[in-house]
Every structure is written in C-alpha cells, then in structure tokens.
Design a protein around this ligand. Structure first.
Ligand SMILES: *[C@@H]1O[C@H](CO)[C@@H](O)[C@H](O)[C@H]1NC(C)=O
Ligand SMILES: *[C@@H]1O[C@H](CO)[C@@H](O)[C@H](O)[C@H]1NC(C)=O
Length: 187
C-alpha cells in the first residue's frame, strides 16, 4: 500500500468523521417499547432534543415481538400499520436522517402504537441557522396533538429521564465500519 493511498484513506476517514452525526437511543435503557403510562412520551422526548441531518436514531427491541415502521402523518395519527414508507424488524435498527423533514415512526404492532409507541422527529435544515429552528407546521391532516415544540428547540439536557435517552454517541464506530467496509473497493 503506497503512502499516497494511506493519505487518501486518512483524509476520507477524517471527512466522514466530521460529517458523522449524533446517535440517539430511542426509549433509553428500555429501548423501543410501549412507554410507561407516567413516563414522558417519545415525542415529548424528541421535542427536547435537536436533530440535524446526519444524526441517527437507534431502535432496540426484540425482533420477534416488535418492529419499526416509518409512516406518513396520517398513518401515524391513526396507527395504520398496513400503510408504511419503510419497515424494519432486525431488532437493532439505526435510522439516519439524510434530509430535513418530519419523520413519523410507529410500532409495527397496531396495539403498541395505540399505547403510544410512536414518535415524531423534526430534523432541522441547518443547526447553525437559529431562525430556521422553528418546525414547519404539520400538514393540516395531522390535527391530533402536535408535540409541544416551544417554538425553539432546546439543547438536549443532561437530566436522565426514564423514557428519554440522552445518550449522545458520536457515530465513530459506524464510521470506522464504513471505512473498513469501503476498503475492498479501494484496493
Ligand atoms: C391504511 O392505509 C391504507 C393506505 O392508505 C388504506 O387503504 C387503509 O384503508 C388504511 N386502513 C385503515 C384501517 O385506516
Ligand atoms: C436561515 O433561515 C432563514 C429563515 O428560514 C432563511 O431565510 C435564511 O436564508 C437562512 N440562512 C441560511 C444561511 O441558511
């Protein structure tokens, strides 16, 4: 391997490291599950955090018992598990935000969804532009309770909460994985 190649690899690695986002574990230590009745809802938790492009959500659950559906606002509100945009049931789902938008996740089990195992995440266009932090209004069809965004999204607080993961894991491990995965194509 020439020094030149090593240099290219190193630059590549550094570039990806900078671009790597924060990983948020949904549900904290409980993982993706029906929240306790007195715990903060997933969407309340999400509203306390600030998500940007490149950040990711980690859903941990038993693949036999649960799954994650990416849905539209209508399916989110009605817990319609038969209409989804994407479907994950691997038990360890990492969903990376590649654009700014509202992302609606529900449990693949209708019953669990009705028990509030559902989550809306608003991904901001640019974290440096504070005026753009106010979330876009939900589509008119999404009339049921919008999560309480207090205008501006707060920095994640250090307070641990039963249902809210504050774990901010830099996506370093996945970055290394990505680089190693790319190696066979480089050589
Ligand atoms: C779920 O969504 C699909 C597609 O939009 C629709 O055809 C179906 O009637 C919906 N089911 C329920 C129970 O609302
Ligand atoms: C910041 O946000 C405002 C309002 O959304 C927009 O008009 C402006 O172009 C943005 N600036 C940058 C640098 O993105």
């Amino acid at each position: 391997m020439s020094n030149y190649l090593i240099l290219i690899l190193l630059s590549f690695f550094m570039l990806i490291s900078i671009a790597a986002g924060t990983q948020f574990k949904v549900g904290g230590s409980n993982g993706w599950s029906v929240p306790d009745t007195n715990a903060m809802s997933y969407s309340q938790w999400a509203a306390k955090n600030r998500f940007k492009i490149g950040d990711s959500l980690l859903f941990v659950y038993l693949p036999d018992e649960d799954s994650v559906l990416l849905v539209n606002a209508d399916a989110y509100n009605s817990c319609n598990t038969s209409s989804f945009v994407d479907f994950f049931n691997d038990g360890n789902t990492v969903f990376t935000f590649t654009r700014s938008s509202h992302f609606y996740f529900i449990s693949g089990k209708k019953d669990y969804c009705h028990k509030n195992e559902k989550l809306v995440v608003v991904v901001m266009a640019d974290r440096s532009n504070r005026s753009s932090l106010a979330p876009a209004p939900l589509p008119a069809s999404a009339s049921p309770p919008p999560p309480p965004y207090g205008g501006e999204v707060e920095e994640p607080t250090a307070q641990p909460s039963p249902n809210g993961a504050s774990s901010r894991v830099i996506g370093m491990v996945s970055t290394i994985g990505a680089v190693l995965g790319a190696l066979p194509y480089v050589f």
